[in-house]
Design a protein. Structure first.
Length: 119
């Protein structure tokens, strides 16, 4: 399933829109794994906007950014990610805000618990 993402890079005065298709299922059927792929797809789109020559399969860590699921004009929800290099917003998706937020919370928590700490 493809969907649009709006990308804004810090220092730019405009946003760009691209379509990504990291998963094949509809948002209401997304698993935690699908949600992880959506987040990775959003982060990769943001990185490609900053550096078009970047490796499209470069490893992505799901940490170091802020996120929110927010209602969109009464017609679904959007996912917004903010990083030091910019922001990316995907959607709208026809799924309950609380359900998608819970899935993202689980995905982010699992990523934190699996991360290796180097001292």
């Amino acid at each position: 399933m493809g969907f649009p993402v709006e990308i804004w890079l810090r220092g730019d005065n405009h946003a760009t829109t691209v379509d990504i298709a990291p998963v094949t299922s509809e948002p209401s059927a997304w698993t935690d794994g699908d949600v992880a792929q959506v987040l990775v797809g959003m982060l990769r789109a943001l990185e490609r906007a900053r550096n078009p020559a970047t490796d499209p399969d470069r490893p992505i860590a799901l940490r170091g950014f802020s996120w929110i699921v927010s209602p969109f004009d009464g017609d679904g929800v959007v996912i917004a990610l903010e990083l030091s290099l910019g922001a990316v917003v995907a959607g709208p998706f026809k799924v309950a805000e609380r359900d998608l937020s819970a899935k993202i919370t689980r995905v982010m928590s699992a990523e934190r618990s699996s991360a290796t700490t180097v001292h």
